[in-house]
Design a protein. Sequence first.
Lengths: 358, 187
Amino acid sequence: MTKNLRYGMLSAALLSVVVQVKAELIGLDDQELGAVDGEGIGFILEDFAFEAGTDVANGNRLDISGIKNKDGQDVVLSVSQFYVAGAGSNRGANVIGNPVNLGRLLYPYNLELVDGDNIGIADKAVFEYSAPERNVGSVSGTDSMLVLATESRTERRFPNQQQSTGQRVDRVTGIDTSVLNSRAAERADFGIRYDLEVAGARAQSLEGHAEGFAIDGSYIRLWGENNEMVGNIALKAFASELTFYACDSAGNNCGQDVRFQNFVLENELGWGEKQPVTFEVDSSGNFTIEVGRLNSACADLNSSGGCSLGSAGYADFYNNGPRADIHIGNLSVGNSDFGSATISNMQIQYLRATSRDL
Amino acid sequence: MMKKLLIIIAAMFSGNVLALEPLSSEDLSAVSGQGGVYLSGDITINENGGPLNVDGPSANGYNWQTSCTTASTDKRCGGRIAVNSGTGGGWLVLDNIRGRFSFEGLTLRTRKIDSDFDGDGAAFNSDVFEIGLPNNLNYESASFTIANSNSARPTDTGFMQTDIMTVNINGKANLQGNLLIFPTGAP
């Protein structure tokens, strides 16, 4: 065999390897990507405290502008303090040196690409940003913080359905904090003081403070569908106390405190791919958020787009779909208590909100 | 013949010198990194406009050139990030990103956690990447606008934009603590 022939064979062999390597690069489709279950990235903030906007006299300012009142005058929210701190912050007086851990090593804030098959979004890889997860509560029996008392009632469970008798939710009897993985020392105090400036003149000073705040169980899930970004959102918040009050333009002569004690918000927007939430900007530059129609939640659609089984076709949505619960353990103004307030089992079947330039 | 022999012997010796042995996992796990990185930063973005405002295109329907002072609110002066929300739709925009931002004392290091954290540390027993937050952040006319727009650039034909709000920060923000980053989930 001549030298030239040998080089020729070697070159041919090398080239064939190169060609093969190129041929191996093929795109992954949604289905293949949907099987991805990568490790996530956990974040926690250790010994964290933050304070901005204090000492306005020395030029520390945080202004939010772009709002106009009904007379077309510019309204500026001038933040004179925004803080995040540990328990006992005393409405922002004790911030730096009073830190808090946000998230736990075993239950961190998490950024992950999850397998959609496990969360009701078939054959999709779903980007998820989640707060510390929740437990099943020792008293509530679910991952809801609300402890419910039930009673036997005879009523229609869904619109246009026959009456039936059974155990129904009667009232909220307590708050189950064992649902939260963030322990008492890992719930933050945060607050904001801001002045309303109307047409350059300071009009009023407002303050809001939260104590023992946790957002365990909240998440944002995003994926792509028909060249559009869609998602599901859960916002679950607990604060042992929320306080609001207003003062005069110099920050004095403050009004009475409006206090929400044991505030629970459990809100879910969207239900897997059956009811996706879309965020879009239309061609005129206005923002639209839409919680989709429930068509795909119905097992069998009739020719006019309705559910051929009527409301019974949506039983799965009524029983297991996303809902919003809001509970305030005690509402008080000054020294007067107004007792508790609850909004429960609110379900959004369709929502569309669009911004409009004024 | 003698020369060839010498070269062979020399080659054998150099071979010995090159005998770098790989470290086993066990040896590597005993390595302990020392120190870390201490960073300070001072970033100014488009304080008096950007290069496009000085000698950007001014023909073919584009007109980037304008005089940008610190107080100017012209949409061409600041940085702009526009994200398309869907085919044929409009753009979510972070506009007019301008100003100065500085910090001192941001630290980067890795750290092994196997105790404390109210009992979580022992169960966690793993390494984390630690970003030590600086004690304060200084801002000088740092601002940005959150907006929605019908086109990517403010010089596009028929440009329309709805500004939702503008945030302007001056002065100092105080903070303390560490951001810990680590892998989660079962591999």
